[in-house]
Design a binder for this molecule. Sequence first.
Ligand code: UDP
Length: 371
Amino acid sequence: MLIKMFDLIIVGAGLYGSVLAYRAKERGLRVLVLEKRTHVGGNVRDEQREGINVHCYGPHIFHTKYDEVWHFAERFISFNHFRYMPLARYKECLYNLPFNMHTFYQLYGVQTPEEAKIRLEHERLEEGITEPHNLEEKAISLVGRTLYERLIKGYTEKQWGCKATELPSFIIERLPVRFTYDNNYFNDPYQGIPVEGYTLWINKMLDGVEVRLGVDFLHDKWYWLSQCKRLVYSGSVDALYDYQLGELAYRSLRFEDTLYDMENVQGCAVINETDITVPYTRSIEHKHFNFGRQPCSIVTREYPQEWDRTKEAFYPVDNESNRNLYLRYKELNSRMNPKISLGGRLGDYRYYNMDEVIKKALEFELIKKIL
Ligand code: UDP
């Protein structure tokens, strides 16, 4: 029998692949990581520019409610006390996010939770929505039409490239709605930004693991499969099967960076641009994630764009028809290549946050699947 070179090959050196690689190494498995980009870290990557830690692929704020995920992360890095409190700009006005008493006061003039609830109930009744069927109906029933039209509709339709009525409601349920004056975007008890950056965290997890950069697994799929007992693939499953059942839908992003010769440009880490006529969704002033005091600043504007096969897939468009197509690919995978496991945001085709990706990687039964 041929001796396999590796117990496990992991395709993709993003967060999912790197956590798995660390765990495989910890268990003494012979593991190889293949990464088609020329760097590790996937979309959580950050890098130093002008002394500022720049999030290369959009803002990443680490937050979790899972003790085991937080403690796992803390093995490698420490977090600062950053709390995500973005603003939303609509026309000439700034509003607080997530949707809380500040926002309700700014939009509806209400000052107490009771007044806010009465106002929202009134809006709900006017709309006649009893059972929300899509993102638009869900959003209106949660926060009222005025807030929906100013802070949700434009942003959502830019980000996803379709009508809010065509999107599932769970997307908007990611954002808290609260009746307290609390601008912290997340409800999770643990939150922060890695003091020395995400890339260092990834590098620490991959320390001692063989990583080959600039290698596109799909070019030599059969060769790599012959080299391992088990393979974990964290890329897009439709690409893995050469799109034979059709393309899954994704959204892509484009980033424009501007270097400013001034210390503080916008006064906060992120401003969401919720007006549909502004072509970008967010402007990110990176230094605020780390309370930076450099004399210059870097601001990145994030433009959503159509995905095609030449572009990076950032978000799965997880609606019913795509989910069904994904499940057909998953079934094809277990039939054709039972030794390939799928995982991560793309492999699972799920709108995961970072902590969910880590949780999944920690739950992956490595040894059982390999022996
Ligand atoms: N969203 C919105 N207005 C905002 C921020 C978010 O309507 O100012 C909606 C939008 O549909 C988005 C979803 O809420 O896709 C989830 O937002 P989140 O901040 O979780 O997006 P991410 O940080 O993952 O890009």
